[in-house]
Design a protein around this ligand. Structure first.
Ligand SMILES: [Zn+2]
Length: 301
């Protein structure tokens, strides 16, 4: 890219509009983590953990004569956890229990929609600032107005967002199944009782801050922010984007590499978040038009 150090954001020395943008993005991550984590934990209470542990222990009895390898135990536990977790989807058909599933789906859709709207708003406000500096634009740089217009415009994509939320939920189910598997294999090694296993798995599954849950929510939030920006760039005919890291000493080698290899064609760039807690953004190499920016900052697109 043209002048990595120039484009890099240097978060610790940010002021004004950029600092506001990053504070907004961080707040959105935190809110998504809280809301989606809580609704997940509520849904996960429906997992039949005693049955899961019984299935696991029964399967173990069958294989104990063959092998007592940890990873074999883990594979069996993962399979038991996966089948128990996937039964959560059946709750949709249960009139009394469908609420928790619906609540989770709605929360995910809100996270996805807010992320996209934030991605658009950030791109618009950054462009407005660049236009201001070029002396072409004098509109107030208002994230809130740009966000609200972008959020309203996403009503048209409601169905698409609903489809995406299913993909992220399945990532959570997969991640939780792997972690339950590792936990059961460890408890088996330690000679834990049936009751200990049930308690351990229940605690892990209903923890709103569980690693697998929060990792997926964080990625879901960053990727939707990137997608919002990319959709806007594509519709406005932006040809290329820079991959821009936060530029401080916490930036990882993978993201630094992504930054160095840019600019990229729109649709060909690596999409932040590259990993959980990735702060990178995609910025266009050319500035969005004053008309586009004005539409979001005045009457809505
Ligand atoms: Zn990154």
């Amino acid at each position: 890219m043209t002048g990595t150090t120039e484009a890099t954001l240097q978060l610790d020395r940010l002021d004004g509009v950029l600092a506001e943008m990053f504070a907004r993005r961080l707040a959105l991550h935190e809110q998504a983590g809280r809301d989606a984590g809580r609704t997940w934990a509520r849904l996960a209470r429906h997992v039949d953990v005693p049955d899961l542990v019984r299935q696991y222990r029964a399967s173990l009895g069958l294989v104990e004569t063959r092998s007592e390898e940890d990873d074999e135990h883990e594979a069996i536990a993962i399979a038991a956890a996966r089948s128990a977790l996937h039964r959560l989807a059946d709750l949709v058909f249960d009139e009394d229990e469908a609420d928790d599933f619906d609540r989770l789906r709605r929360t995910f859709e809100t996270v996805l929609r807010s992320g996209r709207a934030e991605g658009v708003a950030d791109a618009v406000v950054m462009a407005a600032e660049r236009l201001d500096k070029l002396g072409q634009h004098t509109l107030a740089l208002d994230f809130k107005i740009a966000f609200e217009h972008a959020y309203a415009a996403l009503e048209r994509k409601a169905e698409q967002l609903a489809g995406e939320s299913g993909k992220w939920l399945s990532d959570i189910l997969g991640g939780q199944a792997r972690d339950v598997g590792a936990l059961l294999a460890r408890l088996t090694r330690e000679g834990a009782s049936y009751a200990d296993m049930v308690r351990g798995v229940s605690d892990l599954l209903t923890d709103a801050d569980a690693r697998a849950v929060q990792t997926v929510i964080d990625l879901m939030t960053s990727r939707s922010m990137s997608q919002g920006a990319l959709d806007l760039y594509a519709s406005e005919g932006i040809g290329q984007v820079d991959f821009v890291t936060a530029g401080d000493d916490r930036v990882c080698p993978i993201c630094t590499d992504c930054e160095i290899k840019g600019p990229y064609g729109v649709g060909e760039s690596p999409t932040p978040g590259i990993h959980p807690h990735c702060r990178c953004v995609l910025m266009p190499t050319s500035v969005l038009s004053a008309t586009t920016v004005g539409a979001y900052l005045e009457g809505g697109p």
